[in-house]
Design a protein around this ligand. Structure first.
Ligand SMILES: Cc1cc2nc3c(=O)[nH]c(=O)nc-3n(C[C@H](O)[C@H](O)[C@H](O)COP(=O)(O)OP(=O)(O)OC[C@H]3O[C@@H](n4cnc5c(N)ncnc54)[C@H](O)[C@@H]3O)c2cc1C
Ligand code: FES
Ligand code: FES
Length: 447
């Protein structure tokens, strides 16, 4: 299935004989391309950032920055990669490199090639007017300070008319190499599914996971479908969060509240919706929101497809209804959406952190404040072995007038939902207290 070739900085290279757990970063560095660095090996620092040519949304192809420490080298097969070495040379710096140099954006330089790749991906974003600083939200620098880096980013103009990488965005992307039948056959034989590898990469790098066989799904067209019809939104499991955010373009406001709080742009460029459900983590950010949206998941194996409500999908701590040989094909959101929605994630840091508790609310209210709640969905993360729906809280809201008393009563009920645990992120008591506070805050804001 793999074409076993990758184009790096315009040159074709063979990808022969890589173990499934060899990272793209290690492979690139073994090729002598030592610009990309390993800082943390867990997606937190961006020193390993490189650009991939991906199917575009606003142009045929878009340069997308990803964490090369997390993705397996084998997933580069058939892809086009640009590293800092491919952007410019010491005598002919790329505009991003030049701005970083002249504005003092680099001191020890360890983080610089990663910053430069994340910045270059944004520099080439089709239709960019201003530089979106979120593009470098997944890059850390421990010695320069961020102001000169920000100055360099904000000083960037548009690419020159003859810029080769800008020209590349107008050409078709590398052909999708995935084949669903072959993927399902591999999964039936026990291969571990890899999508964006932002979870699996951490398992490999930090926890010693050594999957004997993996199968990449990020290029399977059937898993990358996106469709909005009169009665549903269909999100292919292998779409990245960035792709979903941009393709939805505000059509699912509850998800728009989740995206900015989910890791960093660099991670969201790789992380898929299928991977977030595949890990079945009780503290994943999408499940509470998807539960509130009444999502269903379509599962596929060689035996065919079946559709399961997300509320039935999680069966225990990191356990799901997925059978051997089965994977997630897509996620469906029924339309119309509830009119009043809110998402609250409580974490130790405001941005780029895993949640301690997450609450998502979707309500249909007749006539706004003072009207009657006709339908309520409340999804919770971090308060049980699985993401759950807060059924008692939903019942406390339905058929009630939308006012402060209802909010106060429902908040009390919510504080008692789930079976929160003590762990290094938060105590059980804190989690319970936060649930109640969260609802008051969310419902207060929605009024
Ligand atoms: C620095 C960092 C920050 C993070 N921050 C957040 C955060 O804020 N919120 C959050 O929720 N998560 C966070 N994560 C976790 C991770 O990014 C998400 O869980 C992400 O959605 C995983 O998607 P992926 O495509 O990378 O999955 P992968 O790592 O490729 O796969 C994860 C698991 O799902 C399985 N899988 C993948 N695709 C499928 C499929 N289609 N069907 C069945 N199984 C499948 C894989 O076999 C694997 O077991 C963070 C991770 C990192 C490294
Ligand atoms: S090495 Fe830190 S994000 Fe990859
Ligand atoms: S310049 Fe030293 S870490 Fe950024």
């Amino acid at each position: 299935m793999h074409r076993r070739k990758v184009i790096v900085n315009g040159q074709s290279r063979a990808l022969a004989a890589c173990a499934p757990y060899t990272s793209a970063l290690d492979w690139l560095r073994e090729q002598g391309l030592t610009g990309a660095k390993e800082g943390c090996a867990e997606g937190e620092c961006g020193a390993c950032s490189v650009m991939l040519a991906r199917p575009g949304i606003d142009a045929p192809t878009e340069w997308t920055a990803i964490n090369s420490c997390l993705v397996p080298a084998s997933s580069l097969s058939g892809q086009e990669v640009v590293t800092a070495e491919g952007l410019g040379t010491p005598s002919a710096l790329h505009p991003v490199q030049r701005e970083m140099a002249v504005r003092g954006g680099s001191q020890c330089g360890y983080c610089t090639p990663g910053f430069v790749c994340s910045m270059a991906a944004e520099y080439y974003r089709p239709g960019r007017a201003d530089f979106d600083l979120e593009a470098i939200g997944g890059n850390l620098c421990r010695c320069t300070g961020y102001r000169p880096i920000k100055d360099a980013a904000l000083a960037l103009e548009q690419p020159a008319a003859d810029d080769v990488l800008a020209g590349r965005t107008q050409e078709p992307p590398p052909e999708l190499a995935g084949d669903l039948a072959a993927v399902l056959a591999a999964v039936a034989e026990g291969a571990v599914v890899v999508a964006g590898s932002t979870d699996l990469g951490v398992e490999i790098n930090l926890r010693g996971a050594r999957p004997e066989r993996t199968v990449a799904v990020d290029q399977v067209p059937e898993l990358r479908e996106f469709e909005v019809t009169g009665d549903r939104v269909l999100l292919g499991a292998a779409l990245s969060l960035t792709e979903i955010e941009r393709r939805l373009a505000g059509r699912v406001p509850l998800l728009d509240e989740v995206f900015p709080l989910f890791a960093s742009r660099l991670i969201r460029n790789g992380a898929t919706i299928g991977g977030n459900l595949g890990t079945a983590s009780p503290i994943g950010d999408l499940p509470p929101a998807l539960l509130a949206l009444d999502a269903t998941v379509v599962l596929v194996s060689r035996a065919g497809e079946r559709e399961v409500p997300l509320s039935d999908y999680f069966t225990g701590y990191r356990e799901t209804v997925l059978r051997p040989g089965e994977l997630i094909k897509s996620v469906h959101l029924p339309l119309p959406l509830a009119g009043t929605v809110a998402f609250h994630k409580i974490s130790k840091r405001r941005l780029d952190d895993i949640s301690s508790v997450a609450v998502a609310v979707a309500l249909d209210i007749d006539g706004g404040v003072g009207g009657v709640v006709r339908r309520a969905r409340v999804g919770l993360g971090g308060v049980a072995a699985t993401p759950i729906r807060a059924l008692a809280t939903e019942a406390a809201l339905v058929d009630q007038r939308w006012n402060d008393e209802t909010v106060a009563r429902a908040a009390e009920v919510l504080a008692g939902e789930g079976t929160p645990m003590d762990d290094h992120r938060a105590s059980a008591a804190y989690r319970s207290a936060m649930l109640g506070t969260s609802l008051r805050r969310l419902l207060g804001r929605a009024q």
